[in-house]
Ligand binder design. Structure first.
Ligand SMILES: Cc1cc2nc3c(=O)[nH]c(=O)nc-3n(C[C@H](O)[C@H](O)[C@H](O)COP(=O)(O)OP(=O)(O)OC[C@H]3O[C@@H](n4cnc5c(N)ncnc54)[C@H](O)[C@@H]3O)c2cc1C
Length: 646
């Protein structure tokens, strides 16, 4: 018997999407169930033991600012922390941390277990129950039907999952775990479209048998930069990773297995992640390269196992082992786990509204790998957004949508629901148009107020943010008012290789010079920032002040572009309008608009096949008010286009 008769939110799956969905929902006060096939795998990292990386780190920082769990969990379970891309501009700085895999999952499971309003249940969901187009319950493998007002499906790679190693394959969601049966079929009956994707993982090694003297050590940053805005500093002993390379002998051995590769022999139908290719993909697509990087990453503090990053493969087992033994440092290594590929069902995400509720069934939300994404971070942010929106739906409140100008989360979800995906989608900084403003360092300034409004960020954290905002504003203003004389500053300017000044200049202008750092201006004038320089709060203020001043021109241009973008996003389109009645639209636009049902003019404009002329027609109808039957009312394509030309 379940402890509640009716849940507000039932989350299926306790991976990265599911745990964030359940925690957010329960923290917002909803009666929540987290149902998962195996309680021991809550929060499990299926593949690499790491969180963050380029663009993914930005997602985690955003999630943290909204009140999600991932940033807190990795800070507790991390064994090495780095800020990637530090040699480039701040728009692409990205935090990444190696995790103790077991500790990470334990940490996430404990957060769920301790959470009031959240009940955890081990069971497999085999179908959903729908009445009048709206979800009412979930059927389970043990024969129960659990009543719920909303459902968030986060089944990961488990739906009809098949594992492939060489020409061998078997049903599984992940190595050592059952595939989930019944759910896809239940959704197909309700009119959902489905597709197949695949992903893969490398072998794992016993670190005791690795000769690290033949590899390059890669230490973490000191001091380790925390992921969470809610942590000031981290105190831990960091573990190094190690770098080694494949060689031509490795590639020759791998080639001997290609005829038995499930990918190349056509056994796998699903499309794999283009940007996370297997080693067999790499030696085929980049045949001219004589070596590929291999990162040896510790799986944790209390295990000797190592993850072989860069060597994802589903070639036959004996080929994997033989090829690994040709890599410097790995000549005598013991393989503890074989690499494999997994093929699974996903649901093309154009079937979703921008708040992740499905279009065919009301009150049903999808998040994570089932939407065609790959990666823990991509999954976690969707889970959070779906959990929040499920709660808002039960309360009859407006959905919570982040747009492309506010967050990478907005870019991710907008890409999915507007363009869809036919291959595993992962986040990149290049996907974001406004990446100078969507930085990892200012995610709190952008998003923390939303988290507070939703009840997921406490008052003290929010107050600290207000203080930080004030500190930044006042310091920027003070630097504009503070003038220095040539004789005070020219020695510094010349030493830094930048021209001296000939008349008094304010410090803001001096700081705009790329050669000058804010820290070098300390001591000029009396500023609170100078007095508190080593305080963590003021270090964060200084970071923002420096970026805002140095990149002021670019930032201003991006803000103007965002203002234009937001004007179109604010123009809402009706969700039930029949676009076939607008003859002034091109035939392709009519079809796509009816299928995708964009929420705004902005979203409509991003649909491929909707031209600028179509957008103008939509704008005109928005002014008039959308009414079905425009054609019968005598509005022809010719009259509309004439009106437009006028
Ligand atoms: C072999 C492999 C290799 C991967 N390689 C990479 C990679 O190289 N790079 C990368 O970024 N990502 C990789 N991933 C993907 C990454 O693991 C996922 O993107 C991420 O875990 C997705 O999170 P999720 O929450 O959507 O699903 P998952 O983490 O898969 O969690 C799904 C959860 O749902 C539960 N579940 C499933 N069906 C049911 C059901 N019917 N009833 C109850 N519970 C259910 C499962 O038990 C599990 O707890 C790989 C995954 C696998 C399996």
């Amino acid at each position: 018997m379940y402890n509640q008769d009716l849940y507000d939110v039932l989350v299926i799956g306790a991976g990265h999407a599911g745990t964030e969905a359940a925690l957010a929902a329960a923290r917002m006060g909803a009666r929540t169930m987290l149902m998962t096939m195996n309680i021991f795998t809550i929060g499990q990292m299926s593949c690499n033991p790491a969180i963050g990386g380029v663009a993914k780190g930005q997602l985690v920082r955003e999630l943290d600012a909204l009140g999600g769990e991932m940033g807190l969990a990795i800070d507790d379970a991390g064994i090495q922390f780095r800020m990637l891309n530090k040699s480039k501009g701040p728009a692409v700085w990205s935090p990444r941390a190696q995790a103790d895999r077991v500790q990470y999952a334990t940490r996430v499971r404990f957060a769920c277990e301790q959470q009031p309003n959240l009940e955890i249940r081990q069971d497999m969901a085999t179908g959903i129950v729908v009445r009048n187009g709206q979800i009412t319950g979930v059927r389970t493998m043990t024969g129960s039907v659990i009543e719920t007002r909303t459902v968030v499906l986060t089944a990961g790679t488990f739906l009809n999952g098949i594992i492939h190693v060489g020409l061998t394959n078997y049903s599984a969601g992940r190595a050592g775990e059952f595939a989930a049966k019944g759910m896809t079929e239940s959704l197909l009956e309700l009119g959902f479209e489905t597709g197949r994707l695949k992903t893969g993982t490398p072998p794992r090694l016993n670190g005791r048998t690795i000769d690290f003297s033949k590899t390059e050590s890669q230490p973490g940053d000191e001091p380790p930069p925390p992921f969470s805005f809610r942590h000031d500093k981290l105190t831990l002993e960091q573990m190094p990773c190690h770098l080694t390379y494949t060689n031509e002998e490795t590639h020759a051995i791998l080639r001997t297995g290609l005829d038995r590769s499930p990918m190349y022999s056509g056994r796998i139908q699903g499309v794999g992640p283009r940007y996370c290719p297997s080693i067999e993909d790499k030696i085929t697509r980049f045949a001219e390269r004589t070596r590929h990087q291999i990162f040896l990453e510790p799986e944790g503090r209390q295990t000797t196992e190592y993850y072989v990053n860069g060597f994802s493969t589903s070639l036959p087992e004996e080929v994997q082992v033989k090829a690994i033994h040709t890599i410097p440092g790995l000549e005598n290594v013991q393989v503890t786990r074989t690499g494999y590929a997994v093929e699974y069902d996903y649901f093309p995400p154009t079937q979703l509204h921008p708040w992740l509720e499905t279009k065919p069934v009301a009150n049903l939300f999808f998040a994570g790998q089932v939407n065609g994404t790959t990666g823990y971070e991509e999954a976690a942010v969707q889970g959070f957004m779906a959990g929040v929106n499920a709660v808002l739906k039960t309360r009859g409140e407006e959905p919570f949508i982040l747009n492309r100008s506010e967050a990478y989360i907005g870019v991710l979800i907008d890409d999915l629901v507007t363009k869809g995906t036919i291959e595993p989608y992962r986040m990149f900084t290049s996907r974001a148009e406004y990446r100078l403003l969507l930085r990892q360092d200012n995610a709190d300034l952008r998003l923390l107020p939303h988290g507070h409004r939703l009840g997921l960020i406490d008052d003290t954290t929010h107050q600290n943010l207000q203080n930080k905002k004030r500190g930044i504003k006042e310091t920027i203003a003070a630097l504009r008012e503070l003038y220095v004389r040539p004789e005070e500053i020219n020695e510094l300017l010349l030493a830094k290789g930048t021209p001296p000044i000939t008349q008094n200049e304010n410090l803001q202008k001096i700081l705009r010079r790329p050669e000058i750092q804010l820290s070098e201006l300390r001591g000029f004038g009396r500023l609170e920032l100078w007095d508190q320089w080593n305080d963590k709060f003021w270090q964060n203020v200084a970071e923002q002040v420096e970026i805002e001043i140095k990149y002021a021109g670019f930032i201003e241009r991006e803000r103007e572009a965002i203002a234009r973008f937001e004007r179109l996003e604010e123009k809402k389109l009706p969700l039930s309008f029949d676009y076939h009645t607008l003859s002034a639209l091109s035939a392709e636009a009519r079809e796509k608009l009816n299928k995708l049902r964009p929420a705004s003019i902005g979203q409509a404009a991003r649909i491929s096949g909707v031209s600028p002329a179509d957008v103008t027609v939509l704008l005109m109808h928005l002014r008039r008010g959308f009414t079905n039957g425009a054609e019968e009312a005598g509005v022809s394509r010719e009259t509309e286009l004439t009106e437009l030309e006028e």
